[in-house]
Ligand binder design. Structure first.
Ligand code: UDX
Length: 451
């Protein structure tokens, strides 16, 4: 019997925090012998550079600029569902008579309609969850009627199996303020209501990082841990493989960042980034700027399109002390010996990257799953501290300065660094050949490569 390689289409939501882990997953599958094709929107295709993975466009109905052109999040997600289903079908059909017909769709958890498309073709379907398993377990409990959405002014902690006691402020914003994120919450709940219909449910995390949760949920849900999806170069002692995900929706300033970092002493730089989606206020930007100056350390700040929110004198006068860029290769920065800590919004990818590279964090969560991730950074993994917000929801300059001191020089800084090193080792073990996440990927690949 002739052997045939499996062919997986990996479908991503067109945001940086989704493209990165899904592209990395596609690369991991390709490295294990599968044919992998990343499907993404027309306007993100050109930002992706991948040698081992095919890249094909599908449409969300807004081919020039995506969700920014849509009248609302609801309208965008609805359009993506109808136009995306049709164009994903066309893509699968395109390969039908080729030497590598598609036999599985791995789809981003924000695009649950891809399950129906895969079923229409009679091929395997797998959902890829881009949040932590702990956050996913909260949605799962709600879907299974085991947890009610918290009341508006709730103060009672939420107690769930395998999770620490969670104050309302530690919950994902989609649960803490359901009305402000109702379109996303609806999609998330749709996904959790059909979890069992998937052939696989992958999560971008490792069993070691969330061991209590994994134990508590064992046998209850079908989650398979395959992460963290961080390019292997950073998790491989040999330093081989990709040094970047291969996708940037903003213009890169990496050479400038690296040559600037090279001029700084070890552990002297604070790296500050709020990921791709969070939008900080001008007041918060001002407090960050003043806190960084007061810290007396060097800083590298990613400002994206928000550069104007930072005080102009900050941008102009701090050339020696700091560098402000629109975007960088975050992994290269975090891996640099000059970096002492990461002031982060705690997006799940940023959190995983800091854990994978052993970098202590100052957590400043903004929305979505970030409050829960921040809680885990401070209390579960103990690899950082969380900036407390004042009554206006701002982390003040004094608070930020204090947090930076605590993780870089304070009494607990050594312990935090020791923990960060410990988690880095555990993550490396999980994704290395024969590690817990690697074995799960091997099993999946084995099933798809037909005899
Ligand atoms: C969002 C959510 O916050 C996240 O928790 C969810 O799981 C996915 O969607 P985002 O806000 O963009 O993502 O944050 P994050 O998950 O941290 O992803 C940002 C990605 O952009 C990271 O992989 C990071 O390495 C990358 N990045 C960020 C850069 O490459 N350069 C930068 O300058 C900043």
């Amino acid at each position: 019997m002739s052997s045939q390689k499996g062919h997986v289409i990996v479908l991503t939501y067109p945001a940086q925090g989704h493209i990165n882990p899904l592209l990395q997953f596609a690369k991991r599958l390709a490295s294990k012998g599968l044919k992998a094709t990343l499907a993404t929107t027309h306007y993100t295709v050109r930002s992706i550079h991948a040698i081992t993975v095919g890249v094909e466009p599908i449409s969300d109905g807004y081919d020039e600029g995506g969700y920014k052109q849509a009248p609302s999040t609801e309208a965008y997600l609805e359009s993506f569902k109808s136009v995306g289903s049709r164009t994903l079908s066309e893509l699968i059909s395109k390969f039908e008579d080729s030497v590598s017909p598609v036999n599985c769709v791995v789809y981003d958890s924000l695009l649950p309609w891809a399950l129906d498309v895969a079923r229409q073709f009679g091929i395997y379907a797998a959902v890829f969850l881009t949040n932590s398993a702990s956050v996913c377990s909260m949605y799962w409990h709600i879907d299974h009627g085991r947890l009610a959405l918290p009341e508006k002014q709730a103060t009672e902690p939420v107690l769930l199996p395998g999770l620490p006691s969670l104050a309302p402020a530690d919950l994902p914003s989609f649960l803490a303020q359901p009305s402000s994120n109702s379109a996303y919450l609806a999609v998330i709940m749709e996904k959790f209501s059909c979890l069992d219909k998937n052939d696989w449910v992958f999560c971008n995390s490792s069993a070691e990082l969330e061991s209590e949760l994994v134990k508590a949920m064992s046998g209850l849900w079908p989650l398979v841990m395959v992460g963290p999806m961080v390019p292997s170069a950073y998790l491989d002692q040999q330093i081989s493989g990709d040094i970047a995900y291969g996708a940037n929706l903003w213009e890169l300033s990496s050479d400038q960042c690296l040559s600037w970092l090279e001029t700084k002493p070890p552990k002297s730089v604070i790296y500050v980034s709020f990921g791709s989606m969070a939008d900080i206020t001008a007041k918060q930007a001002e407090e960050i700027a003043c806190g960084l100056i007061a810290s007396n350390m060097h800083f590298l700040l990613v400002a994206k399109d928000s550069i104007n929110k930072f005080p102009i004198e900050f941008i102009n006068s701090e050339q020696e002390r700091g560098l402000v860029v629109p975007w960088c290769n975050q992994l290269q920065v975090l891996a640099h010996q000059a970096v002492a800590c990461f002031v982060t919004h705690c997006g799940w990818n940023s959190t995983l990257e800091a854990l994978s590279l052993g970098v202590p964090m100052v957590a400043m969560p903004q929305w979505s799953d970030q409050p829960t991730n921040a809680k885990f950074v401070e209390e579960l993994w103990q690899v950082g501290v969380k900036g407390k917000k004042n009554k206006d929801g701002i982390v003040t300059r004094d608070e930020l300065e204090m947090c930076i001191k605590r993780v870089t020089a304070g009494e607990r800084s050594e312990e935090i660094l020791k923990n960060a090193t410990k988690w880095r080792k555990l993550v490396i073990r999980a994704v290395s050949l024969g590690g817990s996440s690697d074995k799960n990927i091997e099993e999946f690949v084995g099933k798809l490569v037909k005899e």
